[in-house]
Ligand binder design. Structure first.
Ligand SMILES: *Cc1c(COP(=O)(O)O)cnc(C)c1O
Length: 461
């Protein structure tokens, strides 16, 4: 037996720590993000049966990273992916000259389910081992809230409190959250904006005594287990397309916001998956596309777009990539991030010159045109996030190998964009249509920290 992989921080040379600790902790104490001290060798593509069951492949990919007995890991993986509506979990389908990797068959019809269904089970089991409980508190402008709720519903050792701005998330997204009636799920509709919700949560977390006493925590996008779960589909889709085409390498086009999804692909490539290029696609919020063009990482105002889950300016997982590109030197990473905090930008031109990466942005007009032409040519409806990836991935100069485009949401979640693009009402899903008939539970609250603190206290006693 090789010893289990230890985890280091991107910002210090502290001794490596165990998988269980760092997963529950999320962020390193020095403010850095956790990374494995070394990557295991690339798993061999399975020969027979092909394709393997997704859960088997996931076990193969995840096992070396997790210091967990195999039967338990197998059980969590099986439970996580049994909620998916397609038994292949993340199928890849060919449409014209591109392969669409469908990551939207989970309970909320978006790719975040792949990580959060796994993370929920993992957290619940690790907490049970320690005899502890956790109260997750989160604010959402729509999308991540429902994936987090569905990830932990029914977990015995976790409660979740999700604040959303009342009347300011799409009715569909609101229903996806409030129709979950499990007793460990608390939806709070706050009379205010998303910024008010975030401010309330920051204030609660700053109250260290309350946070400790009530065991408050987060399931944020920088948790290592989320990246880990996302690596699996790069292998499954990559191997499928290599086999179907006889090509030597593949390309992936990834609609990007926080850099978590594409970073999982980066690790798969570092482990030896034959990737010619990772194509990073952004909407008008293009801090990452600008970085790869200029070597300067500089924040700008967030503008609302057709692909709201990519409307971010500071990409929380980018620091992990930077660590590798700055020679694994935590001092250089810390310098860069401190400069960014102070000045809103830093330069790292060497880091940006990466032959594995290509980047571009697609604006609203290009997104709509891509949805329209893809539907006309292939009879396949793309959601606006996926369309950004397809638009950028198909541009000339982005490589030669077969192109796999990650489809990160089901189009029925964004019916308005689809209608604008095609003039038709094409985007439906029975699960979303059924939402309108389900009972809901939600607590209306003022945008008042004290009232929300009292509510949480009353429900965590
Ligand atoms: C979160 C999300 C993305 C962006 O993924 P990152 O890991 O943040 O880069 C893209 N599309 C959809 C639909 C998402 O929900």
């Amino acid at each position: 037996m090789t010893p289990p992989i230890g985890y280091i921080s991107t910002r210090s040379r502290a001794a490596p720590r165990g998988f269980r600790e760092i997963v529950l902790e999320g962020l390193a104490p020095d403010g850095g993000l956790y990374l494995p001290e070394a990557l295991p060798p690339c798993p061999a593509p399975p020969a027979d049966p092909f394709p393997p069951a997704y859960a088997d492949l996931a076990l193969e990919v995840l096992r070396p990273f997790c210091d967990v007995a195999e039967p338990r890991l197998r059980e969590w993986i099986a439970a996580a992916y049994s909620t998916f509506r397609d038994s292949r979990v993340a199928p890849v389908v060919r449409r014209g000259d591109v392969w669409i990797l469908e990551l939207f068959h989970g309970p909320t019809l978006a790719f975040k389910d792949i990580a959060l269904q796994f993370l929920g089970r993992l957290f619940d089991a690790l907490l049970a081992e320690k005899g502890e409980t956790l109260n997750i508190v989160a604010a959402t402008s729509g999308d991540t809230g429902s994936a987090a709720i569905h990830g932990v519903r029914g977990c015995r050792n976790i409660r979740i409190f999700v604040l959303h701005p009342r009347g300011r998330v799409s009715p569909l997204q609101e229903r996806q959250m409030t129709s979950v009636l499990d007793p460990n799920v608390f939806n709070l509709a706050v009379d205010g904006t998303f910024d008010d919700c975030q401010r309330i949560i920051k204030t609660l977390f700053r109250d260290v005594a309350f946070k400790r006493e009530r065991r408050l925590g987060a399931v944020n996008s920088v948790n290592w287990a989320r990246v880990l779960a996302q690596m699996v589909y790069y292998f499954s889709a990559g191997w499928t397309v290599l086999r179907e085409t006889g090509a030597e390498r593949v390309r992936f086009a990834v609609p990007t916001g926080n850099f978590g999804d594409i970073f999982a692909g980066y690790l798969a490539a570092r482990m030896g998956l034959p990737v010619e290029r990772l194509i990073l696609a952004t909407n008008e919020n293009d801090i990452l596309a600008r970085f790869f063009a200029t070597g300067e990482y500089r924040a700008a105002e967030v503008v609302p777009t057709l692909s709201p889950s990519m409307d971010i300016q500071v990409a929380s997982n980018f620091e992990r990539y930077l660590y590798y590109r700055l020679g694994g030197d935590p001092d250089r990473v810390r310098d860069a991030m401190e400069t960014f905090d102070r000045e809103g930008r830093f330069f790292a031109p060497d880091a940006a010159r990466d032959p594995l990466m290509a980047a571009g942005r697609a604006d609203s007009e290009q997104t709509l045109a891509t949805i329209r032409t893809f539907w006309e040519r292939h009879g396949y409806v793309l959601d606006p996030h996926t369309a950004v990836g397809v638009a950028v991935g198909r541009r000339p100069g982005m490589g030669e190998a077969p192109l796999i485009c990650l489809a990160t949401a089901h189009p029925a979640k964004f019916p308005d964009a689809v209608r604008r693009a095609t003039g038709r009402d094409l985007a439906h899903h029975e699960i979303l249509d059924a939402l309108w008939n389900l009972p809901t539970r939600v607590e209306r609250m003022p945008a008042d920290v004290a009232r929300i603190r009292d509510y949480i206290a009353a429900h965590t006693a």
